[in-house]
Design a protein around this ligand. Structure first.
Ligand SMILES: [Zn+2]
Length: 420
């Protein structure tokens, strides 16, 4: 029996639902899952400024043997241009999205300013809120990341924080020690050398060598986890590797703008991902950047960690933009269009595969406003009672039990032109 078949058989015999069996299977939910979520752990490794295509070159050349062991898929950063989610392909905005699952209209870290503080709930907080016994660590080469999450450190959502001040070997050594001997449920480790080399010399052999060296350091973390496994064989570690942004063409020196190359990111994952990662849409509603928006995004990392750890934030007031890459899929490609004249907002989304009559519930501001099923692909929210000016409305679209969020913006102030 192949692994998918085995997984399905297990789920059927327990008359329950098992997450992490890949996309597609759906089993009646009756009794609680047999999964012991306290054994579920997650490691997210940030590789600053690594270009997807250059990583593929390194893998093909045998220079990234550790990353070659993962499922690798193209994703994007920088939000959707021209919408409320558009953000710079810079490190501050991007890492904040990686660690909150939210775009800049929620997290407000629009630049690399060290003094900015994320305004969106972090993965660290969401894990702690769900179970105060759970512990997270954040070890960063670029110190600004931990400064953007200083409140999480002060409030102990991050139990262990390290600033390695551009010393990637420090990150590898500290993180491998924590993985080997520590007691953490979620660990974030950030490497910065590839981005620094990119800024200095662009796409050169030195850039490829930096990717190779970073892959070696990732190998150090994987060895630490292997050794840990000998004493904790019952733990189940999810590992994802992702950059914050791509680089500008042709030289690869810079980033920050909205070009296909700068927006292109990737997720490498050690588990079988669902359709959101493995089956991108070829025909997204917005075909900009050669259809890049049909792919998963860097906002999907947090909901994937939460799904693996069994953390379920309140679906009605869900404030995460990404969707999980493991287990049951949510609606995908959720977006909103505001009509100022009509004072209405149209939500639209896609689902994976064919409709099956699964319930689809829509909430605005924590209150249910519609009960549909998965054949629906849009919803017109009209007669909005909003005062003149700019209003933000938080929507949650829940498919089965899996939510997706969108913070829509509508400008009904006639004196202000334009409605982003
Ligand atoms: Zn940079």
């Amino acid at each position: 029996m192949n692994s998918r078949g085995k997984c399905l058989a297990l789920a059927l015999s327990a008359a329950t639902l098992l997450y992490g069996c890949g996309g597609g299977e759906e089993v009646v939910v009756d009794s609680p899952p047999l999964v012991d979520y306290s054994k579920r752990k997650a490691l997210v490794i940030g590789v600053d400024g690594v270009q997807y295509e250059k990583l593929q070159e390194a893998i093909a050349a045998g220079q990234a043997p550790n990353l070659a062991r993962f499922q690798l898929a193209k994703t994007y950063g920088g939000g959707i241009v021209g919408s409320v989610t558009e953000q710079a392909t810079s490190s501050g905005a991007s890492w904040t999205t990686v660690l909150t699952g939210a775009w800049v209209n929620r997290h407000k870290v629009a630049s690399n300013d060290d003094k900015l503080r994320s305004q969106a709930d972090s993965v660290f907080k969401l894990i702690k809120d769900a179970d105060p016994k759970r512990r997270s660590a954040s070890i960063v080469s670029w110190n600004t990341i931990n400064n953007n999450f200083a409140r999480d450190i002060n409030l102990r959502y991050i139990s262990h924080a390290e600033k390695c001040s551009e010393d990637d070997q420090c990150v590898a050594d500290k993180t491998s020690g924590l993985l080997r001997f520590g007691n953490f449920d979620f660990v974030f480790a950030h490497f910065d050398d590839v981005d620094n080399v990119g800024h200095a010399v662009g796409f050169t052999p030195a850039y490829q060598a930096a990717i190779q060296e970073t892959d070696t350091r990732i190998g150090q973390l994987l060895v630490a986890l292997e050794r840990r496994r000998q004493e904790h064989p019952d733990e189940d570690w999810l590992i994802m590797v992702t950059p914050d942004h791509g680089r500008s063409l042709p030289g690869g020196f810079g980033h920050g703008g909205q070009t296909l190359s700068e927006k292109t990111t990737f997720i490498a994952i050690n588990k079988e991902a669902n359709a959101q990662l493995s089956s991108p849409f070829k025909d997204p509603a917005d075909m900009a950047f050669d259809g890049l928006y049909g792919n998963a995004t860097q906002a999907d990392i947090v909901p994937t960690v939460l799904a693996h750890l069994g953390v379920k934030p309140d679906a009605a007031s869900y404030r995460i933009d990404g969707v999980p890459l493991l287990g049951q899929p949510s609606v995908r490609q959720l977006s909103a269009k505001a009509d100022s004249e009509a004072r209405s907002i149209t939500l639209q989304w896609r689902i994976s595969g064919q409709p099956s009559g699964k319930p689809l519930t829509i909430y605005r501001g924590g209150k249910q406003i519609a009960q549909l099923d998965d054949a629906a692909t849009f919803y017109l929210d009209q007669d909005l009672e909003i005062r003149d000016g700019i209003a933000e409305l938080n929507y949650s679209v829940v498919l089965g039990q899996v939510p997706a969020g969108y913070l829509a913006r509508i400008n009904v102030d006639k004196s202000v032109q334009g409605n982003p």
